[in-house]
Design a protein. Structure first.
Length: 570
């Protein structure tokens, strides 16, 4: 049973916002006030965001000139060069990047945490959780609702097989105490290959073997290993996209990121003709994409996925993050999604697939994932793994093998789909009751990409909405973190993700109801202020002080000293 509040919320926030403008007094209509929510420096929530290393707009002329010179050099390079040089790790990839391609942030000495050491900046998850902790959140406080959680609930769900409760280490043999190979344990690699062949490649002559699989300690590790072997090429990606790509595109300086924006007007569809045009005009050599897509909950599937795989046969490498491949929320029960279905030759088609136990098996703590691709790529990933992460836990790899048994997978897949469809429908229904109708409902994943643009300012800012919800012990992720903008130079109000937040329905239903109650309380407060005062000037203010996050020594314009709390109130 969710919280029942006495006043009815509007079903049309855009109409109410427009009507409220007629209630504004002249003091609220002057030039200064009219731009109050049009410049990020005048918004307290945005000042907090910009006060964190990696989120500021600074870019030294030296770093800019180096980046421009690098771009010019790439433009002069033949587009016929392979994206991953014969899919074998080069000596250059093993080396520490030269000073000529140092990160932009490294040139800003005031952001150094130690001499010669610069902070990479706060990721979306770290920033969100630091802000939650500043508002009193602790991981054992069950009064909080975490809509920001990028992981599914890990407990028992109806119809699913039980999770392992013990590990028979003795039964695994004495060798399990040794390092595992950087490509992973052969038995697990074989189990992964067999599962993909059974699920997606029954009618294909070319089959995966253990040599096409590399086991990695988590999805980010898989992305990192792949990125480490990509040459100095243009890399295409789409907006909005998974937040971890931001750091990946920033850290590996040989990659030159080229974004393209997807539009809500056509449900964030990736148009193949437009992609091919970008490849031809910009010389894209590698395409990174989450599929199904985080945060929009959409997917490239069917004929479009077939076309994307075809691109991988004509000189480009396609890297697909398929971690939500089981979260089919509208299709036939038991069906999942993978580019593996459309690959003709597993050793010639330049398609790289990353997946693992994290999301589909609901075992994020196991840190057992995999990269699937041509044998030559796996050899390269073995080399990069030797200096990047050293490989996944030997014991956990052995424990994972039974989880990939075909009948178990088929049972768990159906149970997961039924359970998460129920949770999605519940969250969408309650949001609609609050006047927050989701314009592009998720068909995959466990995320809702919520458009706040109909809400009155400043609550229509994802960062302000996020901060107001923290006061109600509810965590969401501001949409700005899915605008992969590695240098963070764009004005936040210019971002296509500025008016969005991502809600996760990964947590248990009880926690989701609690979070929806918190959203309802914020909207009731906004409704009351709007109908009585005609504005929401009190919202987005009185924020908790910055704690935990690495704070930039250089104060953002409008914040006298970013190392001090923005305000003393919570």
């Amino acid at each position: 049973m969710h919280l029942t509040l006495p006043k009815q919320l509007p079903t049309n926030w855009a109409k109410l916002s427009a009507q409220a403008k007629g209630l504004l007094t002249p003091s609220h209509e002057d030039k200064k006030s009219s731009k109050r929510h049009g410049h990020e420096d005048e918004c307290e929530a945005h000042q907090v965001f910009r006060s964190v290393i990696g989120h500021n707009t600074k870019l030294s002329s030296g770093s800019r000139s180096k980046r421009l010179q690098k771009t010019r050099t790439l433009e002069q390079t033949s587009q016929d060069e392979p994206a991953i040089d014969k899919l074998i790790l080069s000596e250059e990839a093993k080396a520490i990047p030269e000073a000529s391609v140092e990160a932009d942030s490294a040139s800003d000495s005031e952001d150094q945490v130690l001499p010669g050491i610069s902070s990479p900046g706060s990721t979306g998850v770290i920033f969100v959780m630091d802000r939650a902790m500043a508002n009193g959140f602790t991981y054992d406080d069950h009064e909080w609702a975490n809509f920001g959680q990028g992981a599914p609930e890990v407990g028992d769900i109806p119809g699913a097989s039980s999770k392992p409760e013990t590990l028979d280490v003795a039964g695994m043999g004495i060798d399990v105490h040794e390092y595992a190979p950087t490509t992973g344990v052969k038995a697990l690699r074989t189990a992964v290959a067999d599962l993909y062949n059974h699920t997606y490649r029954k009618d294909k002559v070319s089959k995966y073997t253990f040599e096409n699989v590399c086991i990695v300690p988590g999805g980010r590790s898989g992305l990192t290993r792949v990125a480490s072997v990509v040459g100095e090429v243009y890399v295409g990606y789409q907006l909005p996209e998974y937040t971890a790509y931001d750091q990946m595109l920033s850290v590996f300086r040989r990659l030159v990121p080229i974004p393209s924006a997807l539009s809500a007007e056509d449900n964030y569809k990736l148009h193949m003709e437009k992609l091919k045009e970008n490849i031809d005009q910009m010389g894209l050599s590698v395409i990174f994409a989450s599929n199904p897509r985080n945060p929009t909950g959409q997917a490239i599937e069917g004929e479009e996925l077939q076309e994307l795989v075809d691109v991988g046969r004509h000189g480009q490498t396609i890297v697909l993050d398929e971690f939500y491949s089981w979260y089919n929320l509208e299709g036939a029960l038991g069906e999942s999604l993978s580019a593996a279905k459309y690959i003709e030759n597993v050793n010639k088609d330049s398609i790289v697939i990353i997946d693992g136990l994290t999301k589909n098996w609901r075992c994020p703590g196991w840190r057992v994932c995999w990269v699937i691709g041509p044998k030559s790529l796996i050899s390269a990933l073995s080399q990069s793994g030797s200096f990047l992460d050293g490989g996944a836990s030997h014991i956990m790899q052995m424990a994972a093998i039974p989880l990939l048994e075909v009948s178990r997978v088929e049972q768990d897949k159906i149970a997961l789909q039924k359970h998460f469809r129920m949770k999605r429908d519940r969250v969408l229904s309650r949001l609609a009751e609050m006047g927050l109708k989701v314009k592009v409902p998720p068909k995959w994943t466990f995320y809702i990409w919520l458009d706040l643009s109909d809400l009155p300012a400043p609550l229509n800012s994802g960062l302000v909405f996020f901060e107001e919800l923290l006061k109600q012990k509810v965590i969401v992720v501001p949409g700005i973190f899915f605008d992969l903008n590695p240098a963070h130079r764009r004005n936040l109000f210019s971002s296509p993700c500025h008016h969005f937040v991502r809600l996760s329905f990964g947590p248990p239903l009880e926690q989701l109801e609690k979070g929806l109650d918190g959203i309802e309380r914020v909207l009731h407060t906004a409704h009351e202020h709007l109908t009585t005062k005609g504005h929401l000037d009190s919202m987005g203010k009185g924020l908790a002080p910055l704690t935990g996050t690495v704070i930039s020594k250089a104060a953002v314009h409008g914040v006298a000293d970013a190392t001090k709390p923005v305000t003393g109130h919570r």
